[in-house]
Design a protein around this ligand. Structure first.
Ligand code: SF4
Ligand code: SF4
Length: 164
């Protein structure tokens, strides 16, 4: 498959996972960007709300019930594919918040200015680290929450620490 065709297919799959605008405005919600049909389901097990299911079986891609999802973020670190994010586009807030899985060290600090990256690793621009979550419950996958311009909410998927 050509890269271009693959990218179009990937974009179509990802688009299916984006909740309706009205749901996004209500508060944080998970965005599951898992497009590989592989035998894997820790995301389903991790969700205390029962919001993630795999009606198509263990090899199918997971489906999120956006109305059940509270945006707690527990599924982010449970996913070995680093494919789950929580996007917060609460209405009235100046910036969006994106919670993402992060496995590099050293970790950024709360308040640190970093560079937001898109899915391909291209720079979007500066972002601020709002929260750094780590601990036994998260295994070795930390969760970094960043503040970004609202228009980057569905694009910002990684960070790079600024040169020090
Ligand atoms: S963010 Fe929380 S409620 Fe939403 S799918 Fe993930 S674990 Fe479930
Ligand atoms: S845990 Fe991650 S990689 Fe595995 S099915 Fe769920 S979203 Fe996909």
């Amino acid at each position: 498959m050509s890269n271009k065709k693959g990218n179009i297919l990937q974009a179509q799959e990802l688009a299916k996972q984006i909740p309706a605008v009205e749901r996004l405005k209500k508060g944080p919600v998970a965005i599951i960007e898992c497009i590989e049909e592989i035998p894997c389901n820790p995301c389903v097990e991790s969700c205390p709300q029962g919001a993630i299911s795999m009606p198509g079986g263990l090899n199918a891609v997971p489906i999120l019930d956006w109305e059940k999802c509270t945006g707690c973020g527990l599924c982010i670190s449970a996913c070995p594919g680093l494919a789950i994010f929580v996007v917060d586009l609460t209405e009235g807030r100046e910036q969006a918040r994106v919670a993402l899985p992060y496995e590099f060290i050293p970790l950024p600090q709360k308040g640190e200015r970093v560079v937001a990256l898109d899915r391909q690793g291209n720079e979007l621009g500066p972002a601020e680290v709002l929260r750094v979550q780590q601990g036994k419950r998260l295994d070795r996958t930390c969760i970094i929450t960043i503040a970004v311009p609202r228009e980057w909410a569905l694009a910002a998927r990684n960070i790079r620490r600024a040169e020090r």
